[in-house]
Ligand binder design. Structure first.
Ligand SMILES: *Cc1c(COP(=O)(O)O)cnc(C)c1O
Length: 388
């Protein structure tokens, strides 16, 4: 049996006539840039995320960059985020000229640790001249950028309270977490000043290429992002500030408009598969070998990834690859240990939970269309490795 980590073909097959027709309609119109499909997508994704305004952009990475630019973050500024995330989270901070402050994660959820943020703010920062400054570097701390890793919200109540206390803006990296919610039903992107989404094909709502979106409650901020998306141009050929070409493609928006209506069904499938794994690993007696994902009680976890923590991870991955089961490591190197961030001065051991997660975790297939036989085959293959 073959169990790929992700197979997008059945999802496309289930919607093929509608998607093909939507793409054809864009081709017939020859209206490719910032057309009606984008307006529709911005409104519906913003509403889905419980936010007033959406600005469609070219990728999740560009959503993060645009959010930072819209908040005027740049040289001399610092932004706090998690070390254990996809590169774009830290890369976009550095690209603005600001300094990323990488902090450690909660080992149960893999999300930015509010305790680590609190202790950094209390011990390494000082308030002066109406701002908050890093005592060691002299930089001005401007924003907090939590990541909702794997499809589960970071502890936003605590993180947003800290941000308020210290006068920081909040940018949510919700690339993996569209539709994730807390115990009060508050959704990803509805907590911060700006929420950033990715529609990369492997995300829960995936385009047929690159796409993303920024969402914001504040109309002025959304307007500013819409202007920065087209080179800071408003009106035509007049530029009050320097932006970029961060436009989303009309064809991608047309595809996403069709797919958004199916998202909750796919999410339910991912949750069903996660529940299956949780029970099956326990039933197989693997509880001491494999730590299954911790779902915060009451939260809506949308399982962009189903992550297990194991000993002998790399040997298990090889065993599974030989058995035809696809896995992946998200992510083998935390950002504070990346070569390009050596100038920040972190050392191995500085963020032990991020380093441990990078060494011990792996993703199993979780996509909605997996069959019961495939799920059980994954469980049996892992049980085989551990001799159960
Ligand atoms: C995918 C991802 C991004 C970047 O999105 P792209 O659309 O690939 O540019 C940013 N942050 C996280 C956490 C991601 O998973």
């Amino acid at each position: 049996m073959k169990v790929p980590l992700l197979d997008l073909k059945p999802q496309y097959q289930s919607l093929k006539p509608a998607i093909d027709a939507a793409i054809e309609a864009v081709c017939d119109s020859q209206y490719f840039i910032l057309g009606p499909a984008i307006k529709q997508l911005e409104a519906s994704v913003a509403a889905y995320s419980q936010v007033a305004h959406g600005v469609g952009v070219s990728s999740g990475t560009d959503a993060l960059l645009l959010a930072l630019m819209a908040l005027n973050i740049g040289a001399g500024d610092e932004v706090i985020t998690s070390s254990y995330t996809f590169f774009a989270t830290g890369g976009t901070i550095a690209r603005t000229g600001a300094r990323p402050i990488f902090l450690d994660i909660d080992p149960a959820t893999y999300n930015l640790s509010p305790a680590a943020v609190r202790s950094f703010l209390e011990q390494q920062c000082v308030r002066r001249d109406g701002g908050l400054f890093n005592r060691i570097t002299g930089g001005r701390i401007r924003a907090l950028m939590p990541v909702h890793l794997y499809g589960q919200l970071a502890d936003m109540a605590t993180l947003c309270a800290l941000a308020r206390d210290y006068g920081l803006q909040v940018i949510e990296d919700a690339a993996q977490a569209i539709g994730a919610a807390d115990e009060q039903g508050r959704r990803a992107c509805s907590f911060g000043d700006i929420g950033c989404l990715s529609f990369f094909p492997t995300k829960n709502l995936g385009a047929f290429g690159d796409a993303g979106m920024c969402v914001a409650h504040d109309a002025e901020l959304a307007k500013r992002m819409a202007v920065l998306r087209v080179h800071g141009m408003d009106p035509k050929y007049y530029h009050a500030f320097v932006g970029g070409n961060f436009r989303i493609d009309e064809i991608q928006a047309a595809v996403l408009n069709i797919k958004l209506a199916a998202l909750d069904g796919w999410t339910a499938g991912r949750q069903r598969n996660g529940t299956y794994y949780d029970a099956a690993f326990a039933a197989a007696g693997l509880g001491d070998k494999l730590i299954t994902p911790y779902a915060v009680p009451g939260y809506r976890h949308v399982y962009n990834q189903y992550i297990v923590r194991v000993q002998e991870r790399d040997a298990l991955r090889k065993h599974l690859a030989d058995a035809g089961v696809g896995t992946e490591v998200y992510y083998p190197v935390p950002l504070h240990q990346q070569q390009c961030f050596q100038y920040l001065g972190y050392r191995t051991g500085d963020l032990p939970e991020s380093e441990a997660a990078a060494a011990q975790t792996m993703a199993l297939p979780i996509f909605s269309e997996l069959t019961a036989e495939q799920l059980q085959y994954v469980v049996d293959s892992i049980a085989g490795f551990y001799g159960r």
